[in-house]
Write a protein that binds this ligand. Sequence first.
Ligand code: GLC
Length: 824
Amino acid sequence: MILNGNPDIILSMKYGYFDQASKEYVIDRIDVPVSWTNYIGVNELCGVFNHTAGGYLFYKSPEYHRITRFRPNGVPMDRPGHYVYVRDDDTGDYWTLSWQPVGKSLDKAKYVCRHGLSYIKYQCEYSGIWGQQTLFIPLDDPVEIWDVILRNNSGKRRRLSVFGYTEFSFHHIQIDNQNFQMSLYASGSSYKDGIMELDLFYEDNGFQYFTADNTNDDASDFDCLRDVFIGQYRTETNPEAVERGICSGSFELGGNHCGALRRVIELEPDAEIRLLFLLGEGNRDAGKKTRSKYCAPGFSEVDTAFKTLGNFWKEKLEKLQINTPHDGMNVMLNTWTLYQAEINVIFSRFASFIEVGGRTGLGYRDTSQDAMMVPHSNPEKSRSRLVELLKGLTTHGYGLHLFSPEWFEKQTKAAFKSPTVVPLPPMSQRVHGISDACADDALWLIPSIAEYIRETGDFDFAEEKFTYADTYNPETNEGMSETVFDHMKRILDFSAREIGPHGICKGLRADWNDCLNLGGGESAMVSFLHHWALVHFCALGKRLGKDVSKYEEMTAKVRESCERDLWNGSWYTRGFTASGRGIGTPASKEGKVHMESNTWAVLSGAASHDHGIAAMDAVDQFLYTPYGLKLCDPAFSEPDDEVGFVTRVYKGLKENAAIFSHPNPWAWAAEAVLGRGDRAMKFYDALCPYNQNDKIEVRKAEPYMYCQFIAGPDHSAFGRAHHPFMTGSAGWSYFAATRFMLGIRPDFDSLVVDPCVPAEWPSFTVRRVWRNAVYNITVENPDKVSKGVRECKLNGQSVKCGKAGAEIPVQGKGSENQVTVIMG
Ligand code: GLC
């Protein structure tokens, strides 16, 4: 932002803190500069909300089954939401438990937002009433619970009205936003038995309900029509019904619908009341059932469901807990980075405030990487994602760049056809040709499969058979099927076949970098990935007793071409354009040094040690900034379609020399491979959101999440982070920090401990659960080294140590083991 020279920049701005005990991020200064979001729901019903209860809820799909409406990128921001209004019935004054939408002055009201693991608490103290609205979704039921507590701290008796309010959406995001001749006449609302029901007439099972704990015996008032509740020429800030202190009992077939229920309460001094609102998937009967479950006296089912949700996350986090001299790393890895990685594997990239549901399905490369990051905490989801991706692979060996898993699964849909049911595209449109293939997509799947097996020991998975996308017949639900191992071969053969004149893999439509469309050229990144995938594949194949000699030869050949054609004397070239021009060479005027080629040269194991050192020194020299590593340098300024779209992106943003977060952990891992623990930590620290908790005037975005990118030094907003949560940097930072820096890496038959840490670290501990046994690992560093293990004891007995660290053999299920590792 350029403010024409206003120098009044307030430094050290912070808005909250990490609460270690509750594992919440607590926003205690609520006027954060941009939306600070969180996700609730981990199964079919899910929502994304900001720090002021703005956001949306969906069932399975935010594109086709959006329950509540959201006006993205709007003014005021992040409206509408799931709001609780409180009205003082003696004075007529009213507010919301979340700061917005009423937005009381922060001089008079205190608001706090606690972002927890799959829940959010909005707290407010105003006019002597303390209130809290907790939003969460039980693991077992598709219902969003609004658990509301109000306490009277005013010292006098208070008469209050409490309104729960939410605006319903017509399920289809596109119809909801564009086709009002349909959406406005095909949805109806009604109120009966204390349950507000939304009915999407064109849909077979298009029902939602909104109810509250008191409504079955109270004649509470309600509104089902948004415009009646809000009133004309008003907004959620000053709804007419709240101002007036009573709803109108509106409902109608057709129109815009809301769930609005008013409760009337009286609170003696110091008294507290707990109320529930329930917003759920299903019809009135489903609502009644859910209400009787959760609203039984004492609300014990709500407490149980909340506790179960807590345990769900606790169990995941307990799979790997660290205690190092680095507080930020402890907080991030023990809670937030794993949480972010898990959210990515669940939601892919389709639900956020950036991707608001218009693009659903799985991106091949993103999902392949996401699935690699959480096999220890979510083996079921990792596996199901891998299976979906295997079915989305073509017999040619390339993956479908963006696809919906249900395209290749038996449909159990009812025969009912409505104008809103989007038919599945015909097969010809599901499977794209090679011209739309991205050269890296399927290569990511190979290490993901290997890592899944290393974690779980599920070797049989390699022999399971799955269909290929281009042979799948939706009528019969059949197609040519081959083993997972064969799928992997086809991927590797594809990359071996699709090479350009230098012998480097073709870039095809793009490689990992969406904007560097190599337009018929060659990509160093893909050749290095090919090498990496081959190394994983051969190791797995050998462990399975297969003949992998063909692929060992392929590995050697790829390595040779990489060293011959990509080492440019100073660092690794990024690729070649269609006309053979080098990208990312010392001779390049712009885009001279790139992250992808240099980090992957090392990570893939293809680079020699000396070249690896030089390449990563170039990364440090050209790409380092205090907020993380830039993707390339110098930024492109001249459109050059042979290089790609990146040359048409503003300097310092996105792929054009911004600090693109996703590749940053590649550099930490590469430095760990090279044994430079201090350098790895320097890079880790630069990107670490925790370190920017007190620099929100620069970062703007939430400090508990990695963001897709941070504006680079070429941009006026250098340091500003954009697009939280949904980014491959979540999983990659977890993977690189735990497996490479702390060096705790499952292998097929052993747990490897091979740390690369700052030399000054005296020691650290890791508690790792692996294959149903606990490993309490203490790493001592008496000689102040960064890498190297000279001694290891497992339960007092010496264990094999080599160049690649200590190898701890698999221990019995249920056992608790003490591991001591001495670096040196
Ligand atoms: C986005 C895409 C990802 C891509 C990256 C770099 O994050 O989701 O697939 O690799 O940008 O272009």
